[in-house]
Write a protein that binds this ligand. Structure first.
Ligand SMILES: Cc1cc2nc3c(=O)[nH]c(=O)nc-3n(C[C@H](O)[C@H](O)[C@H](O)COP(=O)(O)O)c2cc1C
Ligand code: SF4
Length: 514
């Protein structure tokens, strides 16, 4: 009898020794004459349990973790291949509270399937959305996306259906679908996890997008720092072509869709959609002035969809289960679910997909377990390096685009970075401006010059030079950057700075060792 064992090949598990654990399990099994089917899956997203090894038993998948190479002989001695008892045994994976309480729609297969196998993808509900899409008119597909209420978590929370309708309505003969997989925000990794753990979901979503708007070519713009995702995507692309899900006759529909991966060269600004298009065209990553919108004049001057990985990977769920099903999750104008990422000083980091409406407090304490340092949480930054700092008094805020905007914060890509009470918020504000100065594309003055001047002003405050006047100047400078910048980098850098000034003003005092 052959036993199936899952050992993740996600970058988080690899960094904790998953490859060595997989080798040790294969070697031990072979030494004992056991026939093993070893599957390298994605991560289930509970990083404290990685490498999380799962064994398929008649009762279901049983988990053990975190497993080290030294644990492997003991696991075999405890008969773990039959779900035997061991100090690392966690029971049925689906019943581990971290997973059981989640509402996984976009991540429904991540950590479950073999990312390289089309057959496994299809056996777990994959390509049902595309199957329905090829039988629909273009308008019907776009209407389903519109009705679902899906909004892109790439940054602006823009309704995806409106973007698609704009591209569909353009009379151009050549259109493109591009996926923004630059994932530059601090503390974010949901795009990476999906591309490593279920790349076919993104490929299916892009194929549906292409058929919906009449585009025959797609590009995934992937940051070069994601070599494992690059490999997983290329393997999945080859498998999808081989099985007839890409190419000149998608699923026998007579429709063409081709897709390839393009690597970025590593600049935060290349995640902004117009910079990304410049970079895809082989030029320097620099902002394009809008209008025209990319949906009207995008890649190589043609109408172009630009969507984030999460957006496109969610589309198959909507087509498969229907717009109503998706829309029934969430609150207010934030419909569906969001894969949230817990990072920074947190005891249990990882990925939690929940319907909009879950509170920040639930995420930080019920899932995250508080700080890794054991000290109180003082601040969290939600939405990447341009997100506001949220103080403990606001942790009951709901994860909802409008609720966060109501407290002057943003949700962005759903990254949550945690800081304990030793954090120096004036230094964090300085860091935000320094980051902007380094990453600025240089096209407009408020951002190019303002960020550098901002660092100097904070240095003067911390150095005790005319602190009150410089604090006022810092606030005025933030206002200029907010109002006058050409894109979100300069326009949103004031959020972390002004939120630090508002909630943690006591940190902006002169210090002797500055
Ligand atoms: C400075 C800056 C960086 C950005 N980085 C990313 C990124 O890494 N990934 C992403 O999807 N969107 C990023 N965005 C947002 C994109 O411009 C764009 O709104 C998004 O890709 C659209 O996809 P969506 O509608 O599916 O969210 C960034 C925006 C700015 C201003
Ligand atoms: S705000 Fe900064 S990154 Fe954006 S266009 Fe201006 S200089 Fe470039």
């Amino acid at each position: 009898m052959t036993v199936t064992v899952y050992v993740p090949c996600d970058a988080s598990a690899l960094s904790l020794g998953a490859d060595d654990v997989a080798d040790a399990i294969a070697k031990e099994a072979s030494g004992r004459g056991i026939s093993l089917h070893l599957v390298r899956n994605g991560s289930r997203g509970a990083f404290a349990l990685e490498p999380l090894v799962e064994v398929v038993t008649p009762r279901g998948r049983i988990a053990y973790g975190p497993v080290k190479v030294a644990d492997v002989p003991g696991l075999f001695a405890a008969d773990f291949l039959n779900g035997g008892q061991h100090s690392l045994a966690l029971g049925l994976t689906d019943q581990i509270p971290w997973f059981a309480s989640q509402q996984r729609l976009t991540f429904v297969r991540v950590g479950i399937v073999d990312p390289a196998s089309v057959a496994d993808y299809v056996a777990n509900g994959g390509y049902q959305g595309l199957r329905r899409a090829v039988a629909m008119t273009q308008q019907e597909i776009v209407q389903a996306v519109l009705d679902s209420g899906l909004r892109g978590p790439g940054g602006a929370a823009f309704p995806t259906g409106i973007k698609w309708k704009t591209v569909l309505d353009q009379p151009a003969a050549c259109k493109y679908v591009t996926c923004n997989a630059d994932e530059g925000d601090s503390g974010t990794f949901s795009d990476r996890m999906l591309m490593e753990g279920d790349p076919l979901a993104l490929i299916e979503g892009m194929t549906i997008a292409g058929i919906a708007v009449g585009a025959t070519q797609g590009y995934i713009y992937l940051r070069a720092e994601y070599p494992h995702a690059h490999r997983a995507l290329n393997t999945a692309l080859a498998a999808a072509y081989q099985a007839g899900y890409l190419g000149s006759d998608v699923m026998g529909s007579g429709k063409r869709f081709d897709l390839e991966v393009r690597l970025g060269a590593g600049a935060y600004i290349c995640g902004e959609e117009t910079s990304m298009l410049e970079s895809l065209e082989g030029k320097r990553g620099e902002i394009r002035v809008r209008p025209p919108l990319p949906a009207i004049k995008g890649l190589f001057g043609q109408p172009t969809i630009v969507n984030n990985v999460m957006t496109l990977a969610t589309v198959p769920v909507i087509l498969q289960q229907g717009a109503e099903f998706y829309k029934n999750y969430g609150m207010g104008k934030s419909r569906g679910t969001l894969p949230l990422q817990l990072a920074g000083n947190i005891k249990r980091g990882g990925l939690v997909e929940r319907a909009f409406g879950v509170t920040l407090r639930e995420l930080l304490y019920d899932y995250g377990g508080g700080t890794a340092s054991g000290r109180p949480i003082r601040a969290v930054q939600v939405g990447g390096p341009l997100g506001a700092y949220i103080p403990a008094s606001q942790f009951d805020v709901a994860i909802d685009y409008e609720a966060l905007a109501g407290i002057g914060a943003l949700l962005g890509h759903g990254g949550i970075v945690v800081f304990d009470d030793t954090v120096d918020m004036a230094r964090m504000a300085r860091y935000a401006l320094e980051f902007c100065a380094v990453e600025s594309c240089g096209k407009c003055t408020p951002c190019r010059i303002g960020s550098t001047r901002g660092v100097e002003v904070i240095d003067r405050i911390l150095g005790g030079v005319a602190s009150e006047r410089n604090l006022q100047q810092l606030e005025e400078l933030c206002e200029v950057m907010l109002q006058g910048s050409l894109c979100g980098l300069g326009g949103m850098t004031p959020f972390p700075v002004t939120s630090a000034l508002k909630h943690f003003r006591e940190d902006f005092r002169a210090r002797t060792r500055h």
